[in-house]
Design a protein around this ligand. Structure first.
Ligand code: SAH
Length: 414
């Protein structure tokens, strides 16, 4: 008798939890991407909503034929009405769920990629790539930054911080907010310390034997561009004895690697003074004298350098994201094209061109087409040596290929 009673309780609870979760029904023929585990349900795919979920609440997604697909978090204020997290029926999106999901993300970085260690910098959680749509966690030594781009997760930030604290024991957790997120998601967020101690002014990471200071409170992105780690190392191999131009250098990433690899001279350009202050500080900390930095608008500076007849053997172009939506893509392409045209003028015969593009809406093939056009116009032969992406702590979820945003082409230009 007692046994039967014990068995009955969880079943009833499970049934109640399924029943109590509002249901979102898709329009006919719209279920396929979600069966394939794409996590974004746009308003236009939804036929009806049963119950009245609050923004940020759990909902179950159903096909028009009323079969369960996945559980997600609802937000009427976002174009993405539902973000999906679990494809297991009845699975609550509670602390245990997030602990398991974040734990899997950590497992990849620690036990597959072997990125952990003192003063290391790596991305711990990368949003959709780790089936945690709307949340990014970066680690800089003993500190974490978190960024929420989904209201449902930002509402759960205390619980998520508890999980991060338990799994990673950081000395502090700092919240970074992305511009425009209030408008996109209705989330009122402000940068600031969420847990523990504020990061010290000399917070730094060690990356392939180089030291980088990181200002995670005020620096760009979450303080540093972790995604270029492997590309920097790869480009550095091509730099010994070369004259290197690091255009859009931020805190000196590519340029410092090149200088350490034995480049004859390195010039880093950026239009942000705080970025250049970090870059100069990094050059000193690494004892590198063969590098200088200049505050300049890259487009204008490349034109000026071309008129003086200056040449480089390696040019890295790593501009910021040029387009945030489809409408902005044609102008972005023009910008990339102009940049490449200028770089061709400055690149000596048989030089190496590194073309990075972090605009997710521009595909690798489009970047290659652009390079082909510029090659023709400038009458230079271009050999593609490598087609690269970001470091593996920024994986691509094959079910959500929008996660593959960063392209890096390395070419030799005759
Ligand atoms: N290569 C860097 C990351 C570059 S991020 C690294 O490895 O860490 C893009 C950089 O471009 C930012 O630092 C930003 O300040 C700079 N930037 C944006 N527009 C610019 C412009 N018109 N001229 C010069 N720098 C610019």
């Amino acid at each position: 008798m007692r046994l039967a009673g014990i068995r009955k309780t969880p079943l009833r609870l499970i049934r109640e939890s399924i029943m109590s979760v509002p249901r979102v029904f898709l329009k006919p023929k719209r279920a396929q991407p979600f069966h394939a585990r794409h996590p974004w349900v746009f308003a236009g795919a939804i036929e009806s909503i049963e119950g009245s979920p609050a923004d940020g609440a759990e909902v179950d997604l159903y096909s028009s034929g009323a079969s369960f697909i996945a559980r997600g978090l609802f937000n009427s204020q976002s174009k993405i009405h539902v973000r999906l997290y679990s494809w297991e029926q009845g699975r609550e999106l509670d602390a245990a769920f997030f602990k398991e999901r974040i734990g899997r993300a950590i497992e990849l970085r620690h036990h597959v990629l072997n990125l952990a260690g003192p003063n290391r910098g790596y991305r711990v959680v990368f949003s959709e790539s780790d089936q945690l749509s709307g949340m990014v966690v970066d680690r800089y030594g003993d500190w974490l930054t978190v960024q929420f781009t989904a209201l449902g997760l930002s509402n759960r930030r205390e619980m998520i911080c508890d999980v991060l604290q338990e799994l990673l024991q950081p000395r502090g957790i700092y919240l970074r907010t992305e511009k425009g997120i209030g408008k996109l998601e209705g989330a009122e967020l402000h940068d600031g310390l969420l847990r523990g101690e504020a990061p010290p002014p000399d917070l730094h990471i060690e990356e392939n034997g180089l030291r980088f200071f990181v200002n995670l409170a005020e620096g760009q992105k979450t303080g540093y561009y972790l995604d270029q780690r492997d590309n920097r190392a790869e480009v550095a191999r091509l730099c010994p004895g070369k004259r290197v131009l690091d255009a859009f250098c931020y805190s000196g990433g590519f340029g410092l690697y090149a200088a350490k690899a034995g480049a004859s001279e390195v010039l880093g350009l950026d239009s942000s003074e705080p970025a250049l202050e970090l870059a100069r500080r990094n050059a000193v900390a690494n004892g590198l004298g063969n590098i200088s930095f200049e505050n300049a608008n890259v487009m204008k500076k490349l034109a000026d350098l071309a008129t003086t007849g200056r040449k480089f053997d390696v040019i890295v172009l790593d501009p910021p994201k040029f387009a945030r939506n489809r409408a902005a893509v044609p102008d972005a392409m023009k910008g990339y094209r102009r940049l490449h045209q200028m770089a061709m003028k400055l690149l000596d015969k048989d030089g190496v061109l590194v073309s990075c593009c972090c605009t997710g809406l521009i595909a690798m093939a489009e970047l290659e087409d652009l390079l082909a056009q510029v090659a023709t116009e400038s009458q230079r032969d271009v050999q593609l040596l490598q087609r690269r992406g970001p470091s593996a702590d920024h994986p691509v979820a094959i079910s959500c290929r929008e996660t593959g945003y960063l392209k890096c082409l390395i070419s030799r230009v005759a």
